[in-house]
Design a protein around this ligand. Structure first.
Ligand SMILES: Nc1nc2c(ncn2[C@@H]2O[C@H](COP(=O)(O)OP(=O)(O)OP(=O)(O)O)[C@@H](O)[C@H]2O)c(=O)[nH]1
Ligand SMILES: [Mg+2]
Length: 368
């Protein structure tokens, strides 16, 4: 298997983003299976609070911490508000997730992170920024933008998808790989050609009589610059093709991270370590505003010692907040934590108490 960048001992964080239904979860499942087959089991994190069933074993699952349906009920939110708030709640404790990743530093070469279906929940929220910056300031971090190739055969759709990818690149400022998924349905070579040869793409646009406006043409010119710095790989999450090429691209993205991004993120890390940087404060404030009613007294700075944190899962992370009306917890975790014991000791109270406290401190918002 292609190794990560030379001399890199930290796990490489692969942040999987993409439009709803593009195949993020399927790809994470496939990558997990592939890495297991290469005797390099990844550390897998699910950040989608609304996923019904995970097809892969997650070491950390946001659903164990936050029940998004409960969040919706308690705070009078709709489904999207519920998902955003759940991710915000989770982000306030992401320092604990970081400690788990650090503990696994030598055991896993890769950390795979699946994100919510609604891409904007992650890319345009304070919590997405907090999570991305926390990861990228400690570990080599790569963004994988999953694209549904079979739904991008129309040049205008393709371009819209690429514009979105472009906006994420500039937002995350991290090495960026476009994974053209579902190549079992259609080969991605047409898209690669469009990206490499402007004329071919223009021809395709011209055939789109309905919508090939001047605006689309000028935007595709702008994208040309973006394409030149892009890593592209065709994969099929269903068939498992493209895995070797995928990890080759990850490897070169990690080199890029070490060369160009690490110095910047190290500066950022120092800033964060200086007893809560101003920026982090602002983000947390914004986050608090987003959430409105969430107690924040157990901030990373004030909560227990490092020894305490390293001794095992906190009451919040890696506990199963099962509620009566929920199905049985999936037997998904491969983490070394004994969840049977954890479940009996922490489980239900963790989440209920959390909400209870929130309600008492700050009266629940009525719907708006
Ligand atoms: N043919 C084909 N179908 C795929 C592939 N990858 C995913 N799918 C299908 O695409 C649909 C969505 O896949 P998911 O993996 O759930 O996509 P997602 O991006 O995680 O979806 P959300 O989290 O809901 O946004 C499912 O029906 C998958 O079976 C692929 O490589 N080939
Ligand atoms: Mg998914």
């Amino acid at each position: 298997m292609a190794a990560a960048g030379a001399g890199v001992s930290s796990p490489v964080c692969i942040l999987v983003l993409g439009m709803a239904g593009s195949g993020k979860t399927g790809l994470v499942q496939r990558l997990t299976a592939y890495l297991h087959s290469k005797n390099s089991p990844p550390y897998v994190i699910n950040l989608d609070p609304a996923v019904h069933e995970l097809p892969f074993p997650a070491n950390i699952d946001i659903r164990d911490t936050v029940k998004y349906k409960e969040v919706m009920k308690q705070y009078g939110l709709g489904p999207n508000g519920g998902i955003v708030t759940s991710l915000n709640l989770f982000a306030t404790r992401f320092d604990q997730v970081m400690k788990f990743i650090e503990k696994r530093q030598n055991a896993s070469q890769y950390v795979l992170i699946d994100t919510p279906g609604q891409i904007e929940v992650f890319t345009w929220s304070a919590s997405g920024t907090i999570i991305t910056e926390a990861l990228a300031s400690s570990f080599p971090c790569v963004v994988v933008y999953v694209m549904d190739t079979s739904r991008s055969t129309n040049p205008v759709t393709f371009m819209s998808n690429m514009l979105y990818a472009c906006s994420i690149l500039y937002k995350t400022k991290l090495p960026f790989i476009v994974a053209m998924n579902k190549t079992d349905i259609i080969d991605h070579s047409f898209a690669v050609e469009w990206m490499q040869d402007f004329e071919v793409f223009q021809d395709a646009l011209n055939q789109e009589t309905s919508y090939a406006s001047n605006l689309t043409r000028s935007m595709s010119l702008v994208l040309d610059e973006f394409y030149s710095s892009l890593k592209v790989v065709g994969v099929s999450a269903v068939q498992g093709t493209g895995m070797v090429e995928f990890f080759e691209q990850v490897s070169s993205a990690v080199d890029e991270y070490e060369r160009e991004y690490r110095p910047e993120y190290e500066r950022l890390r120092e800033k964060m370590e200086r007893a809560e940087s101003q920026r982090q404060r602002e983000q947390l404030d914004r986050l608090q505003q987003d959430m409105g009613t969430v107690p924040m007294e157990n901030s990373p700075a004030s909560s227990g010692s490092a020894a305490e944190a390293a001794s095992g899962p906190s009451a919040l992370i890696l506990t199963r907040g099962t509620l009566e009306d929920e199905d049985e917890a999936p037997e998904s975790d491969t983490d070394d934590v004994d969840h049977q014991v954890t479940e009996e000791s922490h489980e239900e109270p963790a989440f209920k108490n959390f909400l209870q406290e929130a309600k008492q401190r700050y009266p629940a918002r009525s719907s708006h």
